[in-house]
Design a binder for this molecule. Structure first.
Ligand code: HEM
Length: 462
C-alpha cells in the first residue's frame, strides 16, 4: 500500500488500492479531471451573520446530497463509456478565507488565499475592483458550481438551490457557462480557438490514452503528480482528506477588437488569403483548429489536436513567437530553469465560455456579427499554491515583457501592463525578419476571487 507521500508524488491509478479509493471518495470532483458538462451555473454568496446556523446546516446537507466526489465523477464517466448514460447534476462547493472566518473554521494557510484576489490586484496589474462588476466588489464567502449536460435539468436544480441559499445568503453574483464547440466537436473559446487541449494529467488511464492518441517519442510529457493540485485539508477526516485552491476570474473578451487586430497584423506582415490565419496563430500559438504554429505554417492538424510538441525546433521564436499565449504560459522547457522546476507552475484549467452571441465561431461569423463585450471566459483553475502557479503564470510570464527573453513583450491574449511595448512578429514563418506590432487589451477582468475546495468530510462537519 503506498504511503500518502508516495501517492502525492505521482499520477494515480484509481483502480489499485484502498488508500486511493478513500482519497477519491473524500475529494471533490473536477480537480483531477474536468467535469466535462456543457452547461454550468456559478453562484457567489455572502453569508448573513444572523442566519449562520442555517447556512452551516445547509452546507452540510448540500455536501451530503450534491457535492460530487472524484470517486462519483469517475464512476459516472465509466458508466458513460460502457452504457452511454450521461452523468447527472455535478456540484462543487468552495469557500474563501473570509468564508472560513465567518463560519469560525480554521482556514487553509496559502498566504495568497488568505489575502484574497483583490489584494494581488497591483502585482497582477488587474483593473481596480471599483471597475469590476458590482457583485464581485462585495465580500464573497462561498461559491457553488453546478453543471449538467441537460440545460433544462440544470435550470430546474439551480432554481431550487437558489431559493434555498437565499434563506441565509445574499447571492452577490451569478454566472452561466455554456461550452461552444467547433465543427470537429472540440471546445473553443470566443476568439474561435480550440481550448482546453493541454492539461496536466493526473490519472494513469488518461496518460495511457494520451500515448495512444499521439504515439512515438514523447516530446512533451503531460503527466503530473497529484501534489500539483492537492493540499491536505486542515478540517478533513484524516490524512487522506485533500482539497485544492481554486482561482475564479471572469474574463470579458472583446472579440471584434481581437479579430480586427488579427487583420491589421496580417496586413502589416503582408499575409494574404489563407495565410492571414497565421496572424492569429502567432498571437495564440495555435491555429483556430488547434494546430500548433510551431509545427507548421498552416492549420489542418486537428485530429487529434496535437499536444506532444515542444519549442526545441524553434529556439529563435521564428515559428511560434516567444510572446504567443501558449508559449508564454507553458514554455515547455528551454527557458534556463530546470524543466522539473518549470513544470511546477502548471495549473489544472477548468474554464468555460459565457455570454450569448448571434453567431458562434462554428457559424463563420462576419465582422459585424462579432461581440465586443458581454462574452468571455469564466477562467477557473486548481492548484496547490496560488503564488507559484496561477499568479506566477500571470505575473512572471504573461505580463512580463522580458520573459522568456529581453524585449519579448506581453502575452497578446492575457498580458496586462500599462503602456506595453510592441511585440516583434516574424514576417515569414521560420525566418528571422521581424516587424513590430502592438497586440493586447482584448481580455478584461470583470471580477474574481480565490477559493478553496474543501474535502467532503470537512464540509459534512461544518
Ligand atoms: C479569455 C482568456 C483566455 C483565452 C481566450 C485563452 C485561450 C487559450 C487557448 C486558445 C489555448 C490553447 C488550447 C490548449 O492548449 O489547451 C490556451 C492554453 C492555455 N492557457 Fe489560456 N486563455 C485565456 C486565459 C488564460 C489564463 C488567465 C491563463 C493563466 C494565467 C491561461 C493559461 C493557459 C495555459 C496554461 C494553457 C496551456 C498551454 C500549453 O500547455 O501549451 N489562459 N489558452
Amino acid at each position: 500500500m503506498p504511503t500518502v507521500q508516495e501517492i502525492l508524488a505521482g499520477p494515480i491509478d484509481r483502480h489499485t488500492n484502498a488508500n486511493i479509493a478513500t482519497l477519491l471518495a473524500d475529494l471533490q470532483g473536477n480537480i483531477l479531471k474536468g467535469h466535462g458538462r456543457d452547461h454550468t451555473v456559478h453562484l457567489f454568496l455572502n453569508l448573513r451573520l444572523d442566519t449562520l446556523p442555517a447556512a452551516k446546516k445547509w452546507i452540510k446537507d448540500f455536501a451530503d446530497r450534491h457535492v460530487t466526489s472524484a470517486q462519483k465523477q469517475f464512476a459516472e464517466m465509466d458508466d458513460f463509456r460502457k452504457f452511454r448514460i450521461i452523468g447527472g447534476l455535478f456540484a462543487n462547493f468552495f469557500l474563501t478565507a473570509k468564508g472560513y472566518e465567518k463560519l469560525g473554521l480554521p482556514a487553509p494557510q496559502d498566504p495568497k488565499f488568505v489575502a484574497g484576489m483583490k489584494a494581488s490586484g497591483a502585482i497582477l496589474a488587474d483593473p481596480a475592483p471599483g471597475d469590476w462588476e458590482e457583485g464581485y466588489r462585495r465580500e464573497i464567502h462561498a461559491s457553488l458550481l453546478l453543471a449538467h449536460d441537460d440545460e433544462s435539468e440544470l435550470n430546474r436544480e439551480a432554481r431550487r438551490i437558489l431559493q434555498e441559499v437565499r434563506r441565509f445568503a445574499d447571492v452577490v453574483a451569478g454566472e452561466r457557462g455554456k461550452a461552444m464547440r467547433n465543427k470537429n466537436c472540440e471546445t473553443v473559446e470566443h476568439f474561435g480557438y480550440v481550448d482546453g487541449r493541454s492539461q496536466p494529467l493526473f490519472l494513469k488511464e488518461d496518460i495511457d490514452k494520451e500515448h495512444e492518441k499521439e504515439p512515438g517519442t514523447v516530446l512533451y510529457d503531460p503527466s503530473a503528480p497529484v501534489e500539483l493540485v492537492l493540499v491536505p485539508d486542515p478540517n478533513g477526516d484524516g490524512n487522506l482528506s485533500f482539497g485544492s485552491y481554486f482561482v475564479f476570474r471572469k474574463l470579458e473578451q472583446d472579440v471584434l477588437g481581437f479579430k480586427k487586430a488579427e487583420e491589421q497584423l496580417a496586413d502589416e506582415l503582408g499575409l494574404k488569403g489563407p495565410d492571414e490565419e497565421l496572424a492569429g496563430a502567432m498571437a495564440v500559438g495555435r491555429f483556430e483548429d488547434g494546430t500548433p504554429v510551431v509545427l507548421q505554417k498552416t492549420d489542418g492538424v486537428a485530429d487529434p489536436v496535437p499536444n506532444n510538441f515542444n519549442y526545441k525546433v524553434d529556439p529563435g521564436g521564428l515559428r511560434c513567437p516567444f510572446h504567443a499565449h501558449i508559449r508564454k504560459v507553458n514554455p515547455r522547457g528551454g527557458t534556463g530553469v530546470p524543466e522539473e522546476q518549470e513544470r511546477k507552475h502548471r495549473i489544472a484549467r477548468r474554464g468555460i465560455t459565457y455570454g450569448e452571441r448571434c453567431k458562434e465561431p462554428k457559424d463563420d461569423p462576419a465582422m459585424e456579427d462579432l461581440p465586443s463585450k458581454d462574452v468571455g471566459l469564466l477562467f477557473m483553475c486548481f492548484q496547490s499554491n496560488i503564488e507559484n502557479q496561477f499568479e506566477f503564470i500571470q505575473k512572471q510570464w504573461a505580463n512580463e515583457e522580458d520573459f522568456p527573453s529581453p524585449g519579448t513583450g506581453i502575452d497578446p491574449v492575457i498580458g496586462q501592463r500599462h503602456n506595453p511595448m510592441d511585440q516583434r512578429w516574424p514576417v515569414v514563418w521560420g525566418r528571422n525578419v521581424k516587424r513590430s506590432f502592438s497586440f493586447h487589451g482584448f481580455v478584461t477582468l470583470k471580477g474574481g476571487e480565490y477559493f478553496f475546495a474543501p474535502s467532503i468530510s470537512a464540509l459534512k462537519k461544518i
